[in-house]
Ligand binder design. Structure first.
Ligand code: MG
Length: 269
């Protein structure tokens, strides 16, 4: 099931997306898709209401509002190498604040302090339940599903500031969406094509199977240290091919079996 979060007439709801997202409108198009509104929230047992609205009549929101986004740096060897970095000996986690999250179609706003903002296409894991010290064999039980993420990064700031809080935490630096795909298991998530395009030109192309630390590794490692809450998000690292974004660009992250997350880049008003 694909679960989207959206607003309509001032109300916010979750809905199950019906229809073929690769249909008539091409990649990233929502043509012909319909939302069956969910009664309640998708982090517990829920029912579909049977009330349906066309997806192009609503505003899609980020599919979750995470309490925290835990992101992993340098989890693909070719990406570490392209920036001249070593692969860390263990998962290298950092935070992106909840206020960095934007949804599909929202604008990435170029921060005032940077001259070099990069895209980083990433598979995002959405957590289903409160969990800590998750053993490897229970990892599958704490995942609601997967969505696309863009770990937008002020690369110049990342290189001049020891902590990455500003470089990777500025407002609008965490596009998520377009929806959560719940029908992929751990084995499936470990073998998905992931791409980033800028203005339709292919920039990043990798496979989640190239991750150094698997999704199981990451959730075991993170929950050794902290409790994850329903709706928390883990960004699993980016494949090679990161590069600059400029105001006016349109960046799209596509993950096989999930969908396409598209955002425009604008300068500060
Ligand atoms: Mg990243």
């Amino acid at each position: 099931m694909r679960i989207a979060r959206f607003s309509i007439d001032g109300n916010v709801a979750f809905g199950a997306v019906e229809g073929d997202p690769t249909g008539s409108g091409g990649p990233g198009s929502f043509d012909g898709l319909v939302l069956d509104i969910i009664k309640g929230v998708p982090f517990a047992d829920f029912e579909l209401s049977g009330t349906k609205v066309p997806l192009d009549k609503v505003r899609l929101l980020p599919p979750v509002l995470p309490n925290k986004v835990v992101a992993i740096g340098r989890n693909y060897a070719a990406h570490a190498a392209e920036l001249g970095n070593e692969v860390p000996a263990a998962p290298w986690a950092f935070f992106k604040p909840s206020t960095s999250v934007i949804g599909p179609g929202d604008n990435i706003v170029y921060p005032s302090f940077s001259r070099e903002v990069h895209h980083e296409a990433e598979l995002a894991v959405v957590i289903s339940r409160l969990c800590r010290e998750v053993p490897r064999e229970r990892v599958k039980d704490v995942i609601l599903g997967y969505t696309c993420a863009n770990d937008v990064t002020a690369r110049d700031t990342q290189q001049t500031e020891k902590q990455w809080a500003r470089a990777k935490g500025f407002d609008s630096s965490c596009p998520l969406g377009p929806w959560i795909e719940t029908g992929i298991d751990l084995a499936g998530a470990a073998d998905l094509a992931i791409t980033a395009t800028v203005n339709g030109e292919l920039r990043q192309a990798g496979r989640t199977g190239q991750m150094i630390n698997s999704i199981e590794d990451l959730i075991v490692n993170i929950t050794e240290a902290m409790t994850l809450l329903p709706g928390d998000v883990i960004l699993t690292g980016t494949p090679a091919g990161v590069g600059p974004l400029h105001p006016g660009d349109e960046v799209a992250v596509t993950i096989e079996g999930i969908g396409t997350l598209t955002n425009k880049v604008i300068s500060r008003g």
